[in-house]
Design a protein around this ligand. Structure first.
Ligand SMILES: NC(=O)c1ccc[n+]([C@@H]2O[C@H](COP(=O)([O-])OP(=O)(O)OC[C@H]3O[C@@H](n4cnc5c(N)ncnc54)[C@H](O)[C@@H]3O)[C@@H](O)[C@H]2O)c1
Length: 253
């Protein structure tokens, strides 16, 4: 039987690569996202993928989405908690508490709410899997990005606890910790830094790799391949782990 996979925030970016990779591997995939046009465009490319608009910051949206998704898939084997926002860039004392709460609401509360509703369905699977998308910011402190770093570390505690609680049900939980990933999001960060510093975007891009052994950005398709591997039978002995995929970063920057 094909794996039944739910990916949150999978209409674009890394999530979309994950959706594509699972679909290419023969899985049945259900995707939610806040962006309806992006979901429409995903379905144009991958007509078998099922979708629903859902704001991961809203509990009622999540309740409807998980019920709808599990019904559409006919059960659930793999949950990929990919949804996460970058949040503000500022020193802690200058962060607007509303901005802080928004990051916590999506990155942590949203992940908790999707997961708690998915668990009863994963327990019915022969091999349930949870993958949480953390970050290199969940391995190091990250100056001026405290809400992001705090929530990404929070996901590590969540993952390790899920692994302990759910092991007896044959459910594995792991976290993927990407470094700087090639794509629109990092490009925007580089452009912002270039504007502030007066450097060119290319100079900022080179500087951003100073703290990593391998001087390139992470290919999002490699993250997707890691997710597919972790969810596969080859990953059956891996649980409660944090898996960095970051060209060996020594510092979050
Ligand atoms: N891009 C990177 O360099 C990088 C590095 C490390 C970790 N990550 C993590 O990987 C995950 C995906 O990152 P990305 O860069 O692909 O993200 P992205 O900013 O490209 O967004 C991906 C999707 O999230 C959706 N989304 C935003 N807010 C939402 C909400 N409230 N409810 C539902 N969907 C929502 C967007 O519509 C979009 O389709 C995140 O958890 C992020 O923190 C990204």
């Amino acid at each position: 039987m094909s794996q039944r996979v739910l990916v949150t925030a999978g209409a674009s970016g890394i999530g979309r690569e994950i959706v594509q990779a699972f679909a290419a591997n023969g899985a049945k995939v259900f995707v939610c996202d806040i962006d309806a046009p992006a979901l429409d465009s995903l379905v144009k490319d991958l007509p078998d993928v099922m979708t629903k608009v859902c704001d991961i910051s809203k509990r009622e949206d999540i309740e409807q989405m998980v019920a709808f998704g599990v019904d559409a898939l006919g059960g659930l084997d793999v949950l990929v908690n990919n949804a996460g926002i970058a949040g503000p860039t500022a020193p802690i004392e200058e962060i607007d508490p509303n901005d802080w709460e928004k990051v916590v609401q999506i990155n942590l509360n949203g992940t908790f709410n999707v997961t708690r509703l998915a668990i009863p369905h994963l327990k019915k699977s022969n091999a349930g899997v949870i993958i949480n998308m953390s970050s290199v910011a969940g391995r190091f402190g990250y100056a001026s990005r405290s809400p992001y770093s705090t929530t990404k570390w929070g996901l590590i505690g969540f993952t390790k606890t899920l692994s302990i609680e759910l092991g007896e049900y044959g459910i594995r939980a792991n976290a993927i910790l990407p470094g700087a990933v090639e794509g629109a999001r990092i490009q925007k960060v580089f452009e912002g830094r270039a504007q502030l510093s007066g450097q060119t975007v290319e100079e900022v891009r080179q500087d951003s790799m100073a703290n990593q052994s391998i001087k390139r950005l992470v290919d999002p398709r490699d993250i997707a391949a890691l997710a597919v591997f972790l969810a596969s039978d080859y990953g059956k002995s891996i649980s409660g782990q944090m898996l960095p995929i970051d060209n060996d970063m020594q510092k979050a920057s």
